[in-house]
Write a protein that binds this ligand. Structure first.
Ligand SMILES: *[C@@H]1O[C@H](CO)[C@@H](O)[C@H](O)[C@H]1NC(C)=O
Length: 149
């Protein structure tokens, strides 16, 4: 009987401590991620407008260029569409303060290696195809951002 009480107490404590330890950062992560996502969606519509596509076909062929524009606006990429470690560090520090920085970096660092190796310019790559592996990698890792335990 005594051991049962102790067991219950232990389980309660474990759950309680874990909740109080994990709940705030989890919520924080989701809030920050939600705000971030909202900004990306606004960015997509603003970039789409500013790029003045002739028709829907051109727009869909240049989807990667729209996302390139959004990432430049967000300062994840420099104005020339390239990213250095320095640009990336500044972006992460500004957007993902504190504990979220490690989370973000842990989630996307492997994708950044693709980006650091460089992209072709718009003149060389009209449809921004060189951005494809990077964009796919980033999108594929988004679900992992706030699900860490
Ligand atoms: C991201 O993680 C890598 C590898 O662990 C590390 O070298 C780099 O300094 C980190 N960057 C930031 C901004 O935390």
């Amino acid at each position: 009987m005594k051991s049962l009480v102790l067991l219950c107490l232990a389980v309660f404590l474990a759950v309680y401590l874990q909740e109080s330890y994990q709940a705030p950062p989890e919520k924080n992560c989701r809030q920050v991620a939600a705000q971030f996502t909202k900004r990306q969606i606004q960015g997509i519509s603003q970039c789409t407008k500013s790029m003045k596509f002739k028709n829907g076909k051109e727009k869909s062929k240049k989807m990667n260029c729209i996302l390139r524009c959004v990432m430049i606006r967000e300062n994840l990429l420099g104005g020339d569409g390239q990213v250095t470690q320095e640009i990336y560090n500044r972006f992460v520090e500004a957007e993902f303060p504190g504990a979220l920085m490690e989370r973000f970096n842990g989630t996307f660092w492997s994708c950044m290696q693709i980006a650091f190796s460089g992209f072709k310019t718009l003149e060389e790559d009209e449809f921004c195809l060189t951005y494809d592996p990077f964009i796919k990698c980033m999108m594929g890792n988004v679900p992992g951002l706030c699900n860490w335990t």
